[in-house]
Design a protein around this ligand. Structure first.
Ligand SMILES: Nc1ncnc2c1ncn2[C@@H]1O[C@H](COP(=O)(O)OP(=O)(O)OP(=O)(O)O)[C@@H](O)[C@H]1O
Ligand SMILES: [Mg+2]
Length: 222
């Protein structure tokens, strides 16, 4: 098993009252599995993903990834594991304005201090998401969907074991949505576990496991 969520809970304080955004979520995911998570706005999906990615500390419960309890790791070690083994496509804009498309995509490789040349892999990924022609462009010159595709290519450059995507196709046209979903299916066949939060109406017919979030409760639909 690659990922295990154990009674994961996140409580926020809102107007001085405790508010449970994620309520005792438990699940596990194997290598090569794809999990789709759907649910209404505000149901806790991004909060859940941020905890799985190690970006947000749970109020209680734990995330065990690749045998490591993320909630017990110190920051430096956690950042290293995250950068090396977890690909994360956040919900908002996350591409760095002062770097070209190619440099944005190569950045996680350099942050990891790896030896070698990530350019071929970056170009291969750009081709897969259809942005090879934008290599030298800067983020301000790109559309929302193109920026999203930069974030998708960047998330895969270090060949992660877990890919987490928060509404990766929200601003893409149907054909590009299919291309991205096919790319996720392909990386899952290479052994990567993939978690996709989506409002995509077609999610239900896609191959994989299907979860829903409702007021912080995570359930798997059969
Ligand atoms: N830092 C925070 N402090 C207080 N409340 C928060 C915080 N972050 C999120 N929330 C609340 O927690 C709930 C869940 O938020 P979350 O972003 O996880 O929802 P979501 O399911 O991803 O929604 P969407 O589909 O709109 O992206 C929301 O009601 C939100 O207002
Ligand atoms: Mg969200």
């Amino acid at each position: 098993m690659l990922l295990e969520l154990r009674r994961l809970k996140k409580e926020y304080l809102r107007e001085n009252r405790a508010f449970v955004a994620v309520d005792d979520a438990s699940a596990s995911l194997d290598e090569g599995q794809v999990a789709f998570v759907t649910g209404r706005s505000g149901s806790g999906k991004s909060t859940l993903l941020n905890m799985i990615a190690g970006l947000l500390k749970p109020t209680s419960g734990s995330v065990v990834f690749d045998g490591l309890d993320l909630s017990e790791m110190e920051d430096g070690e956690l950042s290293f594991v995250r950068n090396a083994r977890i690909g994360y496509i956040p919900q908002g804009q996350s591409v760095l304005a002062n770097f070209s498309v190619l440099d944005n995509i190569r950045l996680p490789f350099y942050l990891h201090g790896r030896k070698g040349n990530p350019t071929d892999r970056a170009r291969h990924l750009m081709g897969q998401v259809g942005i090879l022609h934008l290599e030298k462009s800067y983020p301000a010159q790109l559309s929302g969907g193109e920026l999203r595709r930069v974030a998708i290519a960047r998330s895969l450059v270090n060949a992660p074991r877990l890919l987490i995507a928060d509404e990766p196709t929200g601003d893409l046209d149907p054909q590009t949505t299919e291309d991205v979903m096919n790319l996720f299916a392909q990386v899952s066949r290479e052994g990567v576990a993939v978690i996709v939060v989506t409002h995509d109406a077609d999610a239900a017919r896609r191959n994989g496991r299907h979860f829903s979030m409702d007021a912080g409760k995570l359930t798997e639909s059969c």
